[in-house]
Each structure stands twice: as C-alpha cells, then as structure tokens.
Design a protein around this ligand. Structure first.
Ligand code: URA
Length: 258
C-alpha cells in the first residue's frame, strides 16, 4: 500500500505538493472513483487516472548498472558525465538514484533505486551489507596484509571494521586481490590499501550484498533487478537486523557512501 500523493509524485510528473493539490481538486480517480484525500492508501495494482489519463506504473524501481570508469556517481554534474546519464530518461523522472557511491575511476556494480527506505537500510552504518571488490595494487601483497585487513585497520580518523583480503596474484611490482568490506566510507578500500603501503591502480566492484554483477551486462549498461534480486536485497537487510548487531537508526548521514 502507498499514499496516493506519493504514488503520483513517483510517477515523475509532479512534486508531492502538486500531487496533493491535484488530488484535492478532484482531478484524480482511483479505480473509477474520485479521491480527494492525498493520504488515501492505494494498492500497487490500483488504476490511477489523472485528468482522464491513466498514470503509468509508478512502482518502485530497482536497477543495476555496470559503471564504467570516468563517470561520476552523482545525480547531476554541470560538466562531467554522471551515472544518471547512463540510465533511461524515465528512471530519472521517477527519482531513481544511486545507492552509495563508487569513485570516478572505480568500475562495476552500482544499484539504483527510488526505494528510499531500502536504500537507507542498505547504507546504514549498522546494517551495511558486504561488498566485494577486485583490486589491483602496487607492490607485493602478503599474508601480513590479509591479517591487517582482518584485524581492522587503523585509518586516520577511524578503525575500519574487519575485512577479508584474498590474494589472487602477487608479484613484487603489482598484486591483485579480492576485498570484502561491509563499510562504505569515502575511498574506503583505497585507504585500507594505502594504510598497508599499497596504492590501488584499478578497483572493480562485482558484489553488493546478495547482488552479483552479471557477466553479460556490458560496461555502461543497466538492467532492472529481477523480483528474486529485490527480495534478496530486502532479506539481506532483515538478516542484519536479526544477527544481534546494533539496529539503532543511523545518527544523521555520517560520511558513509556505500
Ligand atoms: N572504496 C574505494 O576506495 N573506492 C570505491 O569506489 C569504492 C570503495
């Protein structure tokens, strides 16, 4: 169930205030009946007609983007290309936004949705889902680095939560590793490697909670999540609530980015 004014505003054409005004003016019908109360609860399959025109599916949207390097994770930027330039126009109208942030040079899986509540939970510091990256770094990674990641690295302003480092290739000049983290602070992975003396030269995210970047999704393309994927995301947030960790609502936004 959803409030009628929210449903209308999510359809992308009107702000919540405008939607309320239109509803009160009698311009909106739900299942053939004029409804004048903006807070009327409607079911997802309700037929909503505004001034004689049926409002399209304004349901919550969930998309997965294969982010290329060189593109900003931002809603809009006057000069640089942003991830929103890579999604269909109708998603922008429906207020679909990235969940968290990947650096400009980071590639891989980025979730976009207009489900603000789910996004909030996925980013909440207390419920952060695990994310997995493939990192190419300078220098030789060793088990000592893996242990440092597992113990929780001291960064300049906080101690990173324990993370998992799996070394894939290691030579004196360069190494490749898989990194699993459940925080999403600004430059988190790069800062963790910097703290162990390595510079990240390439970073690619292939997992976000239960979501895996599909191998056949070309760089720069997005696709809607399947129902199973959306359910898995919801379950991942619920699972974190049950595992005994703190579940207080986050205090403000902090500097978590995803
Ligand atoms: N950590 C980083 O340092 N950068 C990203 O883009 C994501 C995680």
């Amino acid at each position: 169930m959803m409030r009628l004014d929210k449903y209308l505003s999510q359809s992308g054409e009107h702000s919540r205030t405008e939607a309320g005004r239109l509803i009160r003016s009698g311009a909106v019908q739900v299942n053939g009946q004029v409804v004048r109360k903006p807070d009327t609860q409607i079911s997802p399959d309700a037929q909503v007609v505004l001034a004689g025109v049926e409002i399209g599916d304004s349901s919550q949207q969930y998309y997965l983007l294969h982010k290329p390097a060189g593109v900003l994770t931002a809603a809009r930027d006057n000069r640089a290309q942003t991830v929103m330039d890579l999604v269909p126009e109708n998603l922008r109208k429906r207020k679909v936004l990235p969940v968290g942030r990947l650096d400009k040079d980071t590639t891989g899986l980025l979730l976009l949705t207009n489900d603000g509540e789910l996004a909030h939970f996925l980013l909440s510091p207390n419920r952060h889902v695990w994310k997995e990256y493939r990192a190419t770094v300078t220098g030789q990674l060793t088990q000592a680095d893996a242990e440092a990641f597992a113990n929780g690295l001291q960064l300049s302003d906080f101690v990173a939560k324990p993370a998992k480092l799996t070394i894939v290739e290691s030579t004196p000049e360069t190494s490749v590793a898989l990194v699993e983290v459940r925080e999403g602070k600004f430059h988190q992975v790069k800062r963790m490697f910097a703290a162990t003396g390595h510079e990240v030269t390439a970073l690619h995210r292939h997992r976000f909670g239960p979501l895996t970047l599909p191998e056949d999704l070309p760089v720069g393309q997005c696709r809607p999540l399947t129902e199973e994927e959306v359910q898995a995301l919801r379950d991942s947030v619920k699972a974190r609530r049950k595992d005994g960790e703190e579940i207080e609502p986050p205090q403000g936004k902090g500097n978590d980015n995803g």
